[in-house]
Ligand binder design. Structure first.
Ligand code: PLP
Length: 445
C-alpha cells in the first residue's frame, strides 16, 4: 500500500469506524456464533497474493463483525465499561504511525515527558496525595501500565523484594528463599481474580480475607489474621485493597486498613481499576480516606475515562522500590521529575435503573449503588435469577453478566457505553421485565 492508497483507504476506514460507532445501537449486542465459526470462512493458508482492500473490507462486515460482542453498544451491560472515544482512536492512529519504543527518555523524550505530565495532571484531577506527583520533591510519580492485573503483580513483586531486603538487614544469614517461604500477603474475598493470580506468579502465600456484609474489607479482620499468622512465624508483607470491587462495586475501609499496614511495615496497594476514575468528582472522594497510607495506587482510564484499551495508571510513592525490585535502567525514572474528564452520566443512569428496579416488586437491589453498577436479583431462589439471565442472553437484545457472592446469585447491570441514554436504560429494563415475564410463564410461577 503506498501513501496515496493509505490516504484513500484510511478515509474509508475512518468513515467505517464513525458509522459503526454512530449506528452501533442497531447491531445485535452479542454474537451468536459457535466455536470455530471463522475457520470455515477463511482459507486454510495465508493468501500468497495481496487482496484488494475493498475485498478485505467486505470480510470485516461479513466474517468478523458476526463474531464480535459490541462492548460499546448502549445495550452492553456486562463486566465494566471499556473506554473508547473518537479522540482516543485518533491518538492511537498517531501513536501507531510514530511507532517508537519509548523504553527510556532518550529513545523519544516526548513519550516520557508526556507520561510524566499527564500522570501528574490526572493525579491532581483525582486529588491524590502530593507524594504521588512527579513534580513533588519526593521520589513518587505515575507510570502507564497496560492492565490493572499487571499493576498488582508489579506492586506485589516490589513489596516482596523490599521485605526480603529489610529482613536480611536484621538477619543477614538467612537465605532469600527461606524468607520468601514465610511471606504472607492479603486481599479480600471480593478482590479481582488477578490479585490471587499475582500471588501465584509471585510464589507467595495469599490469605483471602472475608469481607463484611456490605462486601468491604475491615481493619479488624486484617488485624486478627496478621496476629494469627505472626504467631505461626509468618511474615506479613503486602495487602491489596480494592476501591470499587468487580462483583458489586464495594469499597474496602482504607482508613482502618492503612494504619495497620503502616504498623506492620506492609506494602498497601490499592486497586481502584474501575472506580478510581470517579474520584474526579469531589462527592466520591470520601471513599479515598486512608489513601495516604498506600505505597501504590492504580486506576484504569481504559475502563471509565474514554481511553481505548489498554491504559492502566500506577502511582508509586517511592519509585526506587520498584526500580530496585526489577533492576531496570533508571534513566526513564531519573528524568521523571523534570518533568478530559470522564462522562459521569454513568452514575445518574445507574440511579435511574435502580429506581426502575425498585418500582417492580419482583426485584431487589443487592449492593449499594454508588457509581455505574447496579447489582440486582429476582426476589426468589437463585435459580429464578439464573433463568432470567438465560432468557436475557437467549433474547440477545441486551447483555449482562452474573455474580455469585455468599450463595447469592445476582445480575450486574453496568452502564458501559458512552452513548447510553435514559431511553436505552428504559429499553434495557423493559427487556429484563419481558424476560422475567417469560420465565414466570414457562415455569408457571
Ligand atoms: N481490578 C478490578 C477491581 C477490576 O474490576 C478489574 C476488571 O474489571 C481488574 C482489576 C482487572 O483489570 P485489567 O483488565 O486492567 O487487568
Amino acid at each position: 500500500m503506498n501513501a496515496e492508497e493509505f490516504r484513500q483507504h484510511g478515509r474509508q476506514m475512518v468513515d467505517y469506524i464513525a458509522n459503526y460507532l454512530e449506528n452501533i445501537r442497531e447491531r445485535e449486542v452479542v454474537h451468536r456464533v459457535t466455536p470455530g465459526y471463522l475457520r470455515e470462512l477463511l482459507p486454510n493458508e495465508a493468501p500468497e497474493k495481496p487482496e484488494d482492500f475493498n475485498e478485505v473490507f467486505k470480510d470485516i462486515e461479513q466474517h468478523i463483525m458476526p463474531g464480535i460482542t459490541h462492548w460499546h453498544s448502549p445495550y452492553f451491560h456486562g463486566y465494566f465499561a471499556a473506554g473508547n472515544s473518537f479522540p482516543s482512536i485518533l491518538g492511537d492512529m498517531l501513536s501507531d504511525a510514530i511507532g517508537c519504543i519509548g523504553f527510556s527518555w532518550a529513545t523519544s523524550p516526548a513519550c516520557t515527558e508526556l507520561e510524566v505530565i499527564t500522570t501528574d495532571w490526572l493525579a491532581k484531577m483525582l486529588a491524590l496525595p502530593e507524594h504521588f506527583l512527579h513534580s513533588h520533591p519526593g521520589s513518587g510519580g505515575g507510570v502507564i501500565q497496560s492492565t490493572a492485573s499487571e499493576t498488582v503483580l508489579l506492586a506485589l513483586l516490589a513489596a516482596r523484594t523490599r521485605k526480603v531486603r529489610n529482613y536480611k538487614q536484621k538477619h543477614p544469614d538467612v537465605e532469600d528463599h527461606d524468607i520468601i517461604k514465610k511471606l504472607v500477603c492479603y486481599t479480600s474475598d471480593q478482590a479481582n481474580s488477578s490479585v490471587e493470580r499475582s500471588s501465584l506468579l509471585g510464589a507467595v502465600q495469599m490469605v483471602i480475607l472475608e469481607s463484611d456484609k456490605e462486601f468491604c474489607l475491615r481493619g479488624e479482620t486484617l488485624k486478627n489474621q496478621i496476629e494469627q499468622d505472626k504467631q505461626q512465624g509468618k511474615i506479613p508483607f503486602f495487602l491489596c485493597a480494592t476501591l470499587g470491587t468487580t462483583g458489586s462495586c464495594a469499597f474496602d475501609k482504607l482508613d482502618e486498613l492503612g494504619p495497620i499496614c503502616e504498623e506492620e511495615d506492609m506494602w498497601l496497594h490499592i486497586d481502584a481499576a474501575y472506580a478510581g476514575s470517579a474520584f474526579v468528582c469531589p462527592e466520591f472522594r470520601h471513599f479515598m480516606k486512608g489513601l495516604e497510607y498506600a505505597e501504590t495506587f492504580s486506576i484504569n482510564p481504559h475502563k471509565w475515562m474514554l481511553i481505548n484499551f489498554d491504559c492502566s495508571i500506577m502511582w508509586i510513592r517511592d519509585r526506587s522500590h520498584v526500580v530496585d525490585a526489577f533492576n531496570v535502567d533508571p534513566v526513564y525514572l531519573k528524568h521523571g521529575d523534570e518533568g478530559r474528564v470522564p462522562d459521569y452520566r454513568h452514575c445518574r443512569l445507574a440511579k435511574e435503573f435502580e429506581a426502575l428496579i425498585l418500582k417492580d416488586q419482583r426485584f431487589e437491589i443487592v449492593a449499594d449503588v454508588v457509581m455505574g453498577l447496579v447489582c440486582f436479583r429476582v426476589k426468589a431462589a437463585n435459580k429464578v435469577t439464573e433463568r432470567l439471565l438465560d432468557e436475557i442472553l437467549a433474547d440477545g437484545r441486551i447483555y449482562l453478566i452474573p455474580a455469585f457472592v455468599r450463595n447469592v446469585y445476582f445480575l450486574r447491570f453496568a452502564i458501559c457505553a458512552e452513548r447510553t441514554t435514559s431511553e436505552d436504560i428504559q429499553f434495557s429494563f423493559r427487556v429484563i421485565q419481558e424476560c422475567l415475564d417469560k420465565v414466570v410463564k414457562k415455569h408457571s410461577m
